[in-house]
Every structure is written in C-alpha cells, then in structure tokens.
Design a protein around this ligand. Sequence first.
Ligand SMILES: [Zn+2]
Length: 183
Amino acid sequence: MGYRYETVADHDATLEDAAELADRGLKWLVAEGIVRDGPGHPPGERWYLAVGPADLEPGGTLEIMPLRAVFDGGPRRDPSYAVCPHCAGHLVLDGIGRYTEQVAWELVEEAIDTWHDTGRAALACPHCGRDADLTAWAWDGDYFAFACLGFTFRDWPPLDGGFVEEFARVLGGHRVTVVAGRY
Ligand SMILES: [Zn+2]
C-alpha cells in the first residue's frame, strides 16, 4: 500500500545546531499537543492544529532527521524542471530541453552526491551558464529539499500553511520547504 508523508525541511539549520533545533521543534510540537512525546511521536490530542479543518485524524508518526539529508518526493522522480536561482531559467529534467532526460538527471545526481559528501555542490545553469548552489535551485513541485534538519509527518493529512509558518518561526524564523511524497 505504501504511505504518504510531508517533510518540513529547515534550510537554515546547520550540522552544528540541527540537534538543538530538532529538540526545540519537538518540544514545541509536544507543548502544543500536536504530537506526543515517546517512540514515533504519535499524534497528540490537538493534532488538528497542524492540518486543515475538514481533515481526518492522522494515523502516523513523526520522524526527525537532524543531519544532512536529501528530502525528496519519493521514488517516482517526476519533477519536470529545476529553476536557476540566478536567471530563473529552467534545467529541464524530462528530456525536452537542452539535455536528454538521462544527462540532465546525471548532472543533478552528481551534484547531489557531492552535496551529500561535503555539504556544498554547484549545479551549472544551461541558460546563463553560471554555477549555482544546489540548495538554491527551486524544484518543480518542491520535489527536493537539501537540508540538515527535517521533520517528517508520515500518514498525516496535508499540513496547514499557517501551521508551517508558525513552526518556521519556532525554528528561529528559518526558511522551510514542505516536501510531500509517497512511498
Ligand atoms: Zn541561470
């Protein structure tokens, strides 16, 4: 059957402060009654504060990853493009742009491997020709987030935008992306 998930990825967390931020975020979620303390952090009695008004009670868990991780939308690899942070040009990923699908994905995967190993990687833009930090590219459907901290809500209804904003404030006003996927 598989499951769906949404990860709130914190772009401003670093390897150094990720554990402290993970703790701060979890404490707030528990204090608000959104999740419970304990194994798997199941939904708390006020889970509804994190989702839309008509949504059903979540059945899942919360997993916190305070380490360098590639958060993605699952194995389907279906984003059509990435957007260059310099010129807003598209790196087309589905084979109708400058590169074939295979070549485009090879470039992306190579940059991802480098980022995973070193925390820094450049991806060259086919339009303006400039290198841009992998983490600064935007992805079709918010398919990827490269971050040092992620909170993954598994088998929860879609997270409410207002909740995500508030949670980002708790994390120090950090920039966050919600990556949704299915396994
Ligand atoms: Zn560009």
